[in-house]
Design a protein around this ligand. Sequence first.
Ligand code: PSU
Ligand code: MN
Length: 301
Amino acid sequence: MLVVSEEVREALAARRPVVALESTIIAHGLPRPRNLQVALELEEVVRQEGAVPATIAVLDGRPHIGLDRERLERIASAEGIRKLGHRDLPLAMAVGASGATTVSATAQLAATAGIRVFATGGLGGVHREWTATQDESADLRLLARTRITVVCAGVKSILDVPATLQRLETLGVAVAGYGTDRFPGFYLSDSGHPVDWTLRTPEEVAAVMRAQDVLRGPESALIVAHPVPEAEQLDPEVHARVLAEALRACAEKGVTGQAVTPFLLEYLVDRTGGAALRANVAAVRGNARVAARIAEAWVRR
Ligand code: PSU
Ligand code: MN
């Protein structure tokens, strides 16, 4: 039922480095037509580092691991492409639906296909109005049960960051800063919160992954939190002001469930003259590069 592209299949069989990339960021996280360019650019960054990109999505009920250009275009342009969390995968597969995969669904499919390293922008997490809405991304619980290394710029800054960090601790998900002792803030280099562990090289990350495999117990993820460079971050004042507006607009419009994250991201892009988009793309690009280097260190182990 899983369609693994020939390139990805061969790379996995030959133990060459492979990096999984998610598709929700393409279909629902970035505006068109920039989204397709970014999707292609991310694959290119991974290739430049000597690894094989595997963008993941579901097309006509079949999970695809590795998308050719035509399929990437479908994800980037199709009207009615759904947003699929991991709970949606069996449903989409059974009814033949097409959808972009979130971090949770991408991580599950990547692990199923034998891919260990995954790059994205920012993870989902605990939303700020959690006490009223109970909105916590399914990303967190899935990562507590899936053996995968996720390179991300922290969690999306639209979330309650300290609450999300606490949930990751409770769920037993390992978190390390990559070259930093600060937890990144997605659009911002620093969320204002520290991390307990700092890893500095791809080899160090691979050593953590090896240690994870030695230990018996829950098969949890490793989060490698890699900040957007300060020169490319969104101005923190602009971020604070526009985000406050976005959260108000979200509440006033009564946006709930899966629509919340895309609504907030789009609002930020629109009201910052594209500065949020530039920061977001810079963050994911950097994460794709680091993930490729980690994947390379991992296969060399
Ligand atoms: N990172 C980005 N843009 C995005 C997302 C992450 O830079 O659009 C997506 C991811 O797919 C993540 C999802 O899993 O947002 C979280 O959505 P929710 O809060 O509905 O679980
Ligand atoms: Mn949610």
